[in-house]
Design a binder for this molecule. Structure first.
Ligand SMILES: CC(C)(COP(=O)(O)OP(=O)(O)OC[C@H]1O[C@@H](n2cnc3c(N)ncnc32)[C@H](O)[C@@H]1OP(=O)(O)O)[C@@H](O)C(=O)NCCC(=O)NCCS
Length: 179
C-alpha cells in the first residue's frame, strides 16, 4: 500500500468510495450521493487530499476542506477520511490520515478538525492513534434520516503550532487551600 497526494484525475474513484460511506450512514450527515464532478470541485489549490493505493487500485482517501470563511480561520481545515468497504480494518485509514496531516502541514495549515458520530469507533480509533484530541461532544448536533445525532469534536494542531500548547489547556496551578 502507498499513499500519495490526490489529483482531480482521482475524482471518480474518490466519489465511489465516498458514496459507500454516505450509504452506510455511520460517517456523515450527508445523504446526497456525490458525482466525480462534485469531487473535482474539492481541489482548490489550498486544501490537500490524499489517496491510498493497493495493487494499483485506490482503496481510500482523506481530504481537507475550508473550516469557516472568516479570515481568522484561514489556516484551520476540516478533514474527512473514507475507506472502501472491502478494504476497511487493514490500516488504510491510518495511512491516509497520517499522510494527510503531513500534506496539510506542507500546505501551511495549522490545525485539522472534524466531528465524528460517537458510535464510529473505527474513526475515533484512527484519530486517537494519530494524536487527535477529543475536545468534547456536541449534543444533538444534526439530523440524519430524521434522528438527532451527537458529534464528538476532534482536533490536532500541526507543525509549529503543535508545540505551543494553549494556556487554556495547561493544568491550572495548584493554589494553597484557604483556611
Ligand atoms: C473509519 C475508517 C476511515 C477507518 O479506516 P480503516 O482503514 O478501517 O482503519 P485502520 O485499519 O486504519 O485502523 C486504524 C486503527 O483503528 C482501529 N480500528 C479499526 N476499526 C475499528 C473498529 N471498528 N473498532 C475499534 N477500533 C477500530 C484499528 O485497530 C487501528 O488501531 P491500531 O492502529 O492501534 O491497531 C474506515 O473504517 C471507514 O471508511 N469507515 C466508513 C467511513 C467513516 O466512518 N469515515 C470517517 C468519518 S469521521
Amino acid at each position: 500500500m502507498r499513499a500519495r497526494l490526490a489529483t482531480p484525475a482521482d475524482a471518480a474513484e474518490i466519489s465511489r468510495i465516498y458514496n459507500q460511506g454516505i450509504e452506510d450512514r455511520i460517517a456523515t450527515f450527508e445523504t446526497r450521493r456525490r458525482s466525480a464532478e462534485d469531487v473535482r470541485c474539492w481541489f482548490d489549490g489550498v486544501h490537500p487530499a490524499v489517496v491510498v493505493e493497493d495493487a494499483g487500485r485506490i482503496v481510500g482517501f482523506a481530504s481537507t476542506s475550508p473550516y469557516r470563511p472568516r479570515e481568522c480561520y484561514a489556516r484551520v481545515a476540516e478533514f474527512s477520511m473514507y475507506v472502501a468497504r472491502d478494504a476497511r480494518g487493514r490500516g488504510v485509514g491510518r495511512l491516509a490520515l497520517g499522510e494527510l496531516c503531513l500534506a496539510a502541514e506542507r500546505a501551511g495549515l495549522a490545525k485539522l478538525v472534524s466531528r465524528i458520530f460517537p458510535e464510529n469507533h473505527a474513526s475515533r480509533a484512527v484519530c486517537r492513534a494519530l494524536g487527535f484530541r477529543e475536545v468534547g461532544v456536541y449534543a444533538k448536533h444534526g439530523q440524519l434520516d430524521g434522528d438527532w445525532k451527537d458529534c464528538v469534536i476532534v482536533e490536532r494542531l500541526l507543525g509549529g503550532s503543535s508545540s505551543d500548547t494553549s494556556p487554556n489547556l495547561r493544568r491550572p496551578s495548584r493554589r494553597s487551600k484557604r483556611r
